[in-house]
Design a protein around this ligand. Structure first.
Ligand SMILES: [Fe+2]
Length: 204
């Protein structure tokens, strides 16, 4: 457990207003400095309590907090890397292995985004939408997780936060508008890096 103690809020690679107009500065500021920071603080508190726990019962009692806040930290750390300003290439899927795999799996880039948005819009309550690589088949699949559960069944390539705190201030209850907008600031270079890592050799 020691290596996961003292989790820290990662710095963003772009300014808080860098994803405008698709994700507002206000959302990004609160999401990073308040929401993510809270997961980090609570994860560290749970890790410290776990380290001090002397009975199985005490350790079991901390499992939910570790999963929720640890998942929140993992997911948000991945999410920030997932995004990049449009002027830095956000939303642009260049020719390469990821584009090829997306077109083979979903028919086209647009069909993939439509499938992803339809599946993800169906999440009841809070959760995450993912494009992941199945370790069994090596193929791309769209999957969802509830709450702050991290993606464990697949290697994540793209993760999208579907909690209301990710969009409500700008998009109110219209989740579909948020889902359409976010593709303009997805960092496909980062997605391709993860895809290559997931499909290279030994893991499959
Ligand atoms: Fe979030």
């Amino acid at each position: 457990m020691a290596n996961t103690a003292n989790a820290e809020l990662p710095k963003l690679d772009y300014p808080y207003d860098g994803l405008e107009p698709y994700i507002s500065k206000e959302i990004m500021t609160l999401h990073h400095t308040k929401h993510h920071q809270t997961y980090v603080n609570a994860l560290n508190a749970a890790e410290q309590a776990y380290a001090k726990a002397s009975t199985p019962k005490e350790r079991i009692a901390l499992q939910a907090a570790l999963k929720f806040n640890g998942g929140g930290h993992i997911n948000h750390s991945l999410f920030w890397k997932n995004l990049t300003p449009q002027k830095n290439g956000g939303g642009k899927l260049s020719d390469g292995p990821l584009k090829k795999a997306i077109e083979e799996t979903f028919g086209s880039f647009d069909a993939f985004k439509k499938d992803f948005n339809t599946t993800t819009a169906g999440i009841q309550g809070s959760g995450w939408g993912w494009l992941g690589v199945s370790p069994k088949t090596g193929r791309l699949e769209i999957v969802t997780t509830a709450n702050q559960d991290p993606l464990l069944t697949h290697t994540p390539v793209i993760g999208v936060d579907i909690w209301e705190h990710a969009f409500y201030l700008q998009y109110k209850n219209v989740k579909a508008d948020y889902l359409n907008a976010i593709w303009n600031v997805i960092n496909f270079d980062e997605a391709e890096r993860r895809f290559k890592e997931a499909t290279s050799g030994s893991k499959l």
